[in-house]
Design a protein around this ligand. Structure first.
Ligand code: LLP
Length: 398
């Protein structure tokens, strides 16, 4: 029996299965692409499972977090706080205080109000807050509109003139310490050109700040590096890093940071789901499985295409089918018009490249307990998150 079939039998379905080896391999490729001081900060939002994050923490990665919850998860997974950058357009004062107490490397500040709040919280705690401003360079990364972040009509970052003003203010405020600059233009980006333009803008800002007496310690170019789901040509880490290093060639004093999420973990995970029922209408062949948009919302949310394989395919003619979940919405599908072999009840399907923004975006909609997660490391598999139970659904209700 294959490993996947054995795991499905042992832990049930739907089940996420991750490979620690693949996570490590991707991390090392990014890490080793740099030829100057650099830090690869794993964007925890892609997959915040502690066991997966711990693989990266043990490799020496930094972390990019966006909430107090992710701060706790990052610390629990073993990331050194001095390697954690705190991003996000709406950090609460409580989250800022938690980040300050933990001693994070930087707060990526996204508005004037936020800078005020950060200074206030730092003053209250008697600490100095490390500040890096998130620049919005108004660059079109040509990606799905829901995950584009680098245009002036997106809520993220501040435009260049305001960035300069925030740095001047931060430099004068004894409660703040200017540390770096950050920029993240979007996600699932497959061309180097927008990164080059963004890096040139960030490098120019750092240079002009230095002329004005404000020296930065790092430049963080964010994440967003696209992968191949279907037929995309993803960026080669080495080529992309070269692009970044070239843009900062005249500023060897800057440590370079990146914040990859998807490109570290997407390939390392799959969602295992079981065929519940088959049905044929006059128009379509449907395969109803036990995994749903609640487990992997990307297809429903973005029309995303994930590769899908039958674990033990039967012989016979392949025909087009829609693979759908039990949720009461027609948008609940994992694949549409997919060529699949004959299937029977109980057959297993693996939805591939689901290690990023899969479980992390799952929900309990329709009162569905969330899936279990297993990690395979060095040939050994273990359960790293138990399947939720009905009691988890009502926990906290009064
Ligand atoms: N840094 C910042 C500030 C971010 O906002 C993000 C992602 C990343 C890094 C990591 O981006 P990555 O390397 O993973 O592309 N749920 C969507 C993706 C949302 C990305 C949000 N921000 C999806 O499933 O495609």
């Amino acid at each position: 029996m294959s490993l996947l079939a054995a795991l499905a039998r042992r832990y049930g379905t739907p089940l996420y299965v991750y490979s620690a080896d693949i996570v490590r391999e991707h991390y090392r490729i990014w890490r080793e692409s740099f030829t100057r001081p650099a830090l690869v900060c794993y964007a925890l939002k892609a997959n915040s499972c502690r066991a997966v994050a711990a693989v990266l923490a043990r490799e020496g990665a930094g972390a990019d977090i966006v909430s107090g919850g992710e701060l706790r998860r990052a610390c629990a997974a073993g990331f050194a706080p001095a390697r954690i950058v705190f991003s996000g357009v709406g950090k609460s004062e409580e989250e800022m205080a938690a980040g300050l107490r933990a001693g994070v490397k930087a707060f990526n500040v996204e508005s004037s109000d936020e800078l005020d709040a950060l200074a206030r919280v730092a003053g209250r705690l008697g600490l100095r807050a490390p500040v890096s401003v998130r620049l919005n360079p108004d660059i079109d990364a040509r990606t799905h509109p829901h995950i584009a972040t680098g245009r002036a009509d997106n809520k993220f970052g501040v435009e260049i003139a305001e960035a300069r003003a925030l740095y001047r203010r931060a430099a004068r405020d004894h409660r703040l310490r200017v540390t770096g600059v950050q920029c993240h233009i979007g996600s699932q980006i497959t061309s180097a050109a927008p990164y080059r333009r963004a890096a040139v803008a960030v490098a120019a800002l750092a240079k002009s700040l230095k002329r004005g007496g404000i020296a930065l310690g790092f430049a963080d170019m964010g994440g967003g590096f696209g992968i191949r789901y279907k037929d995309e040509t993803p960026l080669e880490p080495e080529a992309l890093v070269k692009t970044l290093e070239e843009a900062f060639a005249e500023q060897p004093e800057l440590e370079l940071l990146i914040e990859p999420g998807r490109s570290l973990v997407a390939d390392a995970g799959l969602l295992l789901t079981k065929v519940l029922y088959r049905k044929q209408t006059s128009k379509r062949r449907f395969v109803v499985v036990d995994g749903a948009m609640t487990d992997l919302p990307r297809p429903a949310l973005y029309g995303a295409w994930h590769p899908m394989e039958v674990v033990a395919p039967r012989r016979g003619k392949k025909t087009m089918a829609d693979v759908v979940g039990p949720v009461c919405e027609s948008g609940d599908f994992l694949a549409r018009r997919r060529l699949l072999p004959p299937l029977e009840r109980g057959d297993l399907l693996a939805v591939l490249k689901a290690g990023a923004y899969g479980f992390a975006m799952s929900s309990q909609y329709n009162s569905r307990p969330r899936a279990a997660e297993a990690l395979v490391d060095g040939g050994k598999a273990r359960l790293v998150r138990r399947r939720e139970t009905d009691r988890d659904l009502t926990r906290g209700e009064l």
